[in-house]
Write a protein that binds this ligand. Structure first.
Ligand code: IMP
Length: 447
């Protein structure tokens, strides 16, 4: 039995989908714990490609329970569209469970997200425009609508009549937008409620029951560490906690129940939306990474900003998440390069620093200090063991592992499941914290 958290170690889009899919095979339960339809992963079923935003990819395994936990925010319209898509492909969704205490994204959240971004002008965050921030803001303001409210028609009507009138003042007076018709929204959401009702339960009880029965639980993080509301590049972050700690709060599971934390990182870095990005490449090299890595967002289709691997944020992610090991994805994207840079430290106003600064203004002034490594200039997409990798690629991996003080347990070399090197068992290998009681640097690749 192992309860494992998989998190993004950068700014999201690290390829968590492929790693969670690999690990889902041995999981009995897969749980989403934060975020909403701002996330997205592409799955291919029976030759057909489609995108899921809320439903965990574990849904493809009929014996795996899929749970959308209380720390997520749910857009019922999109969730129902995903259920419909899966039904069309004859994929059962009976094993999908939705937390009754997750918050619900309403039409006014989407409108306010988009209008406030426009109003921010040059200070915009570059959100996905899906209403995520305003839904979490209402949760904190204690005027949110929860899934259990949807399940109570009289209570919902009373609550929404008040809330929509309140939000209409904001829409009309602050953003110059037409008001919403409360009756129309209430009817629409009562309809959604009936579709979702069979899936709605107290998910924390279900997870607790699974723990007692010693089933394997995979907690699937969305976005990434640097987008965390508390630990990321605030204010250029999302409004939830993608870090490993968020898995406990976002599901109702105590920290003592977690066995492993696996971080996922690309072999380079990408970011969507606004905010500082020290290793960003603006010229031809950035374009090359973008083209070779097909770096376009699943949710908004936006082109991702691309840059070199940043080991300062890598080390930070290892610490903030208590990471046991790392999965490094898209190594093959670097195959053509003659030389590869890795950011080992920052120059901040003339001083060298190996630490990620807490202030975004300071982060914007960080200049990367690079170490240059030779490229390998041969294809790695067919490699299935470390021994098959060119020496320069192996050296690159060892260098990153050493810098971040974390073992690299999985290396991914392409989108398909078999384009993967399992260096060591990410779930049953030794825990990182136990490897070095004397505080010496952690293991490298266990090659
Ligand atoms: P929001 O989550 O829509 O509020 O967007 C806040 C920031 O997080 C923006 O920079 C988005 O581009 C970024 N973001 C949100 N979800 C994802 C994701 O799944 N991958 C990468 N970036 C994301």
């Amino acid at each position: 039995m192992a309860n494992v958290i998989v998190i993004g170690a950068q700014w999201g889009d690290e390829g968590k989908g492929k790693i969670t899919d690999l690990l889902s095979r041995s999981a009995d339960v897969v749980v989403r714990y934060q975020g909403g339809v701002n996330a997205g992963h592409t799955i291919v079923v029976k030759g057909q490609t489609f995108k899921l935003h809320l439903i965990p990819s574990g849904i493809l395994y009929p014996n795996t329970d899929c749970i959308i936990g209380c720390g997520t925010v749910i857009d019922p319209q999109i969730l129902i569209a995903e259920l419909d898509q899966l039904k069309k492909l004859n994929i059962s969704t009976d094993h999908l469970l939705i937390s009754e205490t997750a918050h619900v994204t309403m039409p006014y959240h989407r409108l306010i997200d988009q209008a406030s971004e426009e109003r921010r002008g040059s200070h915009k965050i570059g959100t996905t425009g899906r209403g995520i921030g305003p839904t979490y803001a209402d949760k904190s303001e204690r005027i949110g609508i929860r899934v259990l409210d949807l399940m109570d028609p009289d209570g919902l009507r009373e609550q929404l009549e008040w809330t929509i009138n309140y939000k209409n003042v904001i829409l009309e007076k602050l953003y110059n937008l037409p008001p919403l018709d409360p009756e129309e929204v209430i009817e629409q959401y009562l309809g959604y409620a009936e579709r979702l009702r069979p899936h709605v339960v107290d998910t924390s009880l279900k997870i607790s029951d699974a723990i007692v029965r010693r089933r394997n639980i995979l907690f699937e993080g969305a976005q990434g560490t640097l987008l965390d509301l508390d630990h990321g590049t605030y204010p250029y972050v999302t409004s939830s906690n993608p870090v490993a700690g968020g898995a406990c709060v976002g599901t109702g599971v105590g920290p003592t129940m977690i066995d492993r934390v696996i971080g996922v990182s690309k072999a380079y870095t990408t970011r969507v939306g606004e905010g500082p990005f020290p290793t960003e490449l603006h010229g031809e090299l950035g374009e090359l990474l973008c083209d070779r890595g097909a770096e376009f967002g699943t949710t908004t289709g936006r082109k991702r900003r691309c840059g070199w691997f940043d080991a300062v944020i890598g080390r930070y992610a290892v610490r903030i998440n208590g990471m046991d090991c790392m999965a490094l994805t898209k190594l093959d994207v670097l195959d053509e390069l003659e030389s590869i840079q890795v950011c080992v430290a920052y120059d901040i106003d003339g001083d060298r620093s190996e630490y990620f600064p807490t202030s975004s203004r300071k982060f914007a002034r960080c200049r990367p200090i690079y170490k240059s490594l030779p490229g390998w200039q041969v294809s790695t997409t067919e490699c299935r063991t470390l021994e098959e990798l060119p020496q320069q690629a192996l050296d690159y991996l060892k260098f990153l592992a050493e810098l971040m003080e974390v073992p690299i347990a999985i290396v991914s070399l392409g989108a398909s499941r078999d384009q993967t090197i399992i260096v060591e068992d990410p779930i049953h290998g030794p825990k990182r914290a136990l490897l070095h009681p004397d505080g010496t640097p952690a293991t490298l690749l266990s090659a």
